[in-house]
Design a protein around this ligand. Structure first.
Ligand SMILES: NC(=O)c1ccc[n+]([C@@H]2O[C@H](COP(=O)([O-])OP(=O)(O)OC[C@H]3O[C@@H](n4cnc5c(N)ncnc54)[C@H](O)[C@@H]3O)[C@@H](O)[C@H]2O)c1
Length: 249
């Protein structure tokens, strides 16, 4: 599997899955453009060969679209692979539905769904003209079933991202553009997620592990490998699909 001369755009590239995805593509020959709101993390990956970075707040749809334009201008061609990875629960707490704040709800939707729509909208014109492209949206197990976090906007926005993936596969398929999603299972890739996991009762943790066929939580690289596959020519006949990478949860 190689991505030589391919232009790859990855959102949320400063940490976690996004960083592993950016590294994975660059390691297989791609020219990678990563963006994130977190400048320090970006500085670290910008030092790697084949990766250029930009600080972008993707909750601003116009900024998300502008970044795509900048990537196309720097590349001098259409983007070959677009990975919408930025997102998450974004530090928002679980609250019972009667206490959910509009601002928290809107911010999760802005980053988890609206930003993906905005980047795809901006990238589609050139991809259509090129008659090719691969888009991979990082959803979640919570895009297919209730979330372990209980955070309503997280679960609802990831379901929306799955819907957007399926709809755009239909719309863009005739132009040779594939749209798929990777739905990761839980990966304890930062202190906050580790703390949340540690905060679950022993019973909840072991119940959760016993629901995973492989009895292990995944890694950033496990998720990145699923993305590389779906973006690659090996997946040339695959579109509109959601690939759970969750150890068989
Ligand atoms: N880790 C898990 O267990 C897990 C499970 C299922 C799905 N996911 C999904 O995978 C994706 C990556 O998550 P991760 O675990 O690597 O977490 P992460 O927090 O390490 O990565 C998310 C990145 O998105 C960036 N980001 C957040 N808001 C942004 C904004 N407004 N503009 C630009 N960038 C912004 C963050 O700075 C961060 O670098 C997310 O969409 C998340 O929902 C994660």
């Amino acid at each position: 599997m190689r991505f030589d001369r391919r232009i790859v755009a990855v959102t949320g590239a400063a940490s976690g899955f996004g960083r592993a995805i950016a590294r994975g593509f660059a390691g297989l020959g791609a020219r990678v453009f990563g963006c994130d709101i977190a400048r320090e993390g970006l500085a670290e990956i910008a030092s790697l060969p084949g990766i250029a970075t930009a600080a972008v707040d993707l909750s601003d749809r116009a900024a998300a679209g502008r970044w795509i334009g900048e990537v196309e201008a720097a590349a001098g061609k259409a983007i070959d692979v677009l990975v919408n990875n930025a997102g998450g629960t974004l530090g928002k707490p679980f609250n019972p539905i009667e206490d959910v704040r509009d601002a928290d709800w809107d911010y999760l939707f802005a980053v988890n769904v609206h930003a993906a729509m905005a980047t795809i909208r901006a990238a589609a014109r050139a991809m259509k003209a090129a008659k090719s492209g691969a888009i991979v949206n990082i959803s979640s197990g919570a895009g297919l079933k209730p979330s372990l976090t209980g955070i309503q906007a997280y679960c609802a926005s990831k379901h929306a991202l799955v819907g957007l993936t399926r709809q755009l596969a239909e719309e863009l398929g005739p132009f040779g553009i594939r749209v798929n999603s990777v739905a990761p299972g839980l990966v304890l890739n930062d202190a906050a997620k580790q703390r949340r996991w540690d905060g679950y009762s022993e019973e909840k943790r072991s119940a959760r592990m016993s629901q995973i066929a492989l009895r292990r939580l995944g890694s950033n690289e496990d998720i990145a490998d699923g993305v590389l596959f779906l973006a690659s020519d090996m997946a040339r006949q695959i579109t509109g699909q959601v690939l759970p990478v969750d150890g068989g949860a």
